[in-house]
Design a protein around this ligand. Structure first.
Ligand code: ARG
Length: 501
């Protein structure tokens, strides 16, 4: 059977087929032939497999439905390997040339359309080799000299994860730039800063947005760090013990843009730290995205009313016409759960595996692929929302002014100007806040005599610190919320990003 005979497109056909074409047979039987063969040893679950245990094995063994994603990496690594084999005179240059031509043709074919899947050919490595054999004949078999699928998959997957890390980095850079632009626009806008989600002290919106800039900067550094560790070539470790052929691992490493070959062949074929590093960094990044998403959900709610989410990232309700739901933000929040779940899945797969390769490790790919898709979408959606969200700064300011958010400023004033110990100032402030609360007004609205009824050392000058503007302007310590500090942070951040190029 050729690969193309087993095209996945056959899966929807309900023509009875010969089950000699096993890949198709499994698919057909899964979709259509739900029989009830109670006399089988597999009576509980075997009915759907027309061919019995061998087709079950074929299906559980095959990774092509998901590892076809690695086709470009597989061909790239094979090109490097065959070039090295020829340069080291392990195979004839003429054979290498034919193999290279064949591989390039396969790259064109796979690039142009669907890869025809055949469960009998298990994985992408066998699919490429089988197609190569069809194109150039038995000489294709020389490609697999001095290598095994074990070092092959470890190499392909590293190449894929490295690309994935680069894509995440580019996405996060765009998100950082979006945050910088909005932070600059709102370096002076004031909103209540919260602790325990209770109004605490006024902060600037630019400062709040720059907090996320810092988180995504750390995420990028985690991916960069993981990328550096990943960047060693396992190719040439062969099945587990290395090879007796005089290969040149430095050469293949350089051709694949790895920094160096890995040092231990057993570790090379059984190490999936790079995938876990990716998933752990992705999980941490998705937590940051989820926290920002949560803020947008809260801010978009009517009681807050801090933002109007753009139509492009919201949906309406089919029954309540007034509603505009923050679906994109909610899904970014939700996706973080799935990304953390993918990380857990690979952690549990790897736990307790003895050296070297075990087939369990084939399960490394689906969680990484899933997490990467989800993370990429989440970053893109968040970047769009940050760029397009409308901040209702009037509403933010009104809430900052209403929540006694400048109580700490009053206490600090008592310490600084009236010489009270902070604990006493805290006590006096509590009494003044209670008074304002009872009067139903803000601190700045209380008459001086009311302040003096609590502590006679309060003077007219106190009003200078009771406004939210005075409050934020005063917090000009390094990293503080004062507009002057925020602008300095933005300038430094822009310089840092420019320096990366
Ligand atoms: N499809 C396999 C994987 O993803 C390739 C390695 C198979 N090696 C083996 N010895 N069976 O892990």
């Amino acid at each position: 059977m050729t690969i193309s005979d087993a095209a996945f497109s056959c899966s929807v056909s309900d023509e009875p087929l010969s089950h000699a074409d096993s890949a198709i047979g499994i698919i057909i039987s899964r979709n259509i032939r739900i029989t009830n063969r109670t006399s089988d040893s597999n009576s509980m679950w075997g009915g759907r497999f027309a061919d019995g245990p061998s087709s079950i094995m074929r299906e559980i063994n095959a990774s092509i439905p998901f590892d076809k994603k690695l086709w470009q990496q597989d061909i790239r690594a094979s090109l490097a390997h065959v070039a090295m084999l020829a340069e080291c005179q392990i195979i004839e240059a003429e054979d290498a040339t034919r193999i290279i031509r064949g591989l390039n043709q396969i790259a064109e074919e796979f690039g142009a359309g669907e890869i025809a899947e055949d469960l009998d050919l298990e994985d992408i490595h066998m699919h490429v080799e089988a197609r190569l054999t069809e194109i150039i004949g038995p000489v294709a078999g020389r490609l697999h000299t001095a290598r095994s699928r074990n070092d092959q998959v470890a190499t392909d997957f590293r190449l894929w994860v490295r690309d994935a890390m680069d894509q995440v980095d580019a996405g996060l850079l765009a998100l950082q730039n979006a945050l910088l632009d909005r932070a600059e626009e709102h370096a002076e806008s004031i909103l209540p800063g919260f602790t325990h989600l209770q109004s605490a002290q006024p902060v600037t919106l630019g400062h709040h947005l720059m907090a996320y800039f810092e988180m995504f900067a750390r995420d990028r550094s985690r991916f960069a760090d993981a990328r550096q560790r990943l960047n060693e070539s396992p190719l040439g470790a062969a099945a587990l013990a290395g090879t007796g052929f005089p290969i040149d691992r430095e050469k293949t490493a350089a051709m694949l843009d790895f920094d160096r070959p890995t040092a231990n062949s057993l570790d090379s074929v059984s190490d999936r730290d790079f995938a876990l590093d990716y998933l752990m960094a992705a999980t941490q990044c998705s937590l940051h995205l989820s926290r920002l998403a949560e803020e947008l959900v809260i801010w978009a709610s009517q009681p807050f009313g801090f933002v109007d989410l753009p139509d492009s990232y919201s949906t309406g309700s089919s029954i309540m016409p007034q509603k505009r739901n923050p679906d994109a933000a909610e899904l970014v929040r939700g996706h973080s759960g799935r990304i953390a779940g993918a990380m857990q899945a690979l952690v549990m797969t790897m736990k307790g595996l003895p050296l070297a390769y075990s087939k369990d490790m084939q399960d490394d790919k689906p969680p990484v692929f899933e997490a990467h898709d989800l993370l990429g979408l989440s970053i893109a959606a968040m970047t769009g929302m940050v760029q397009e969200v409308a901040f209702r700064t009037d509403r933010m300011r009104a809430l900052a002014e209403s929540g006694f958010a400048t109580a700490t400023d009053f206490a600090d004033w008592l310490v600084r100007e009236a010489g009270l110990p902070f604990r006493e100032a805290h006590h006096v402030t509590g009494a003044v806040v209670a008074m304002a609360e009872e009067a139903g007004c803000g601190l700045a609205d209380l008459e001086l005599s009311r302040f003096q009824s609590v502590d006679e050392r309060v003077t007219e000058a106190v009003y200078d610190v009771l406004s939210v503007d005075a409050s934020v302007a005063s917090r000009s310590s390094y990293g503080g919320t004062a507009p002057v500090q925020v602008r300095a942070q933005i300038v430094a951040a822009r310089q840092k990003l420019a320096g990366e190029n």
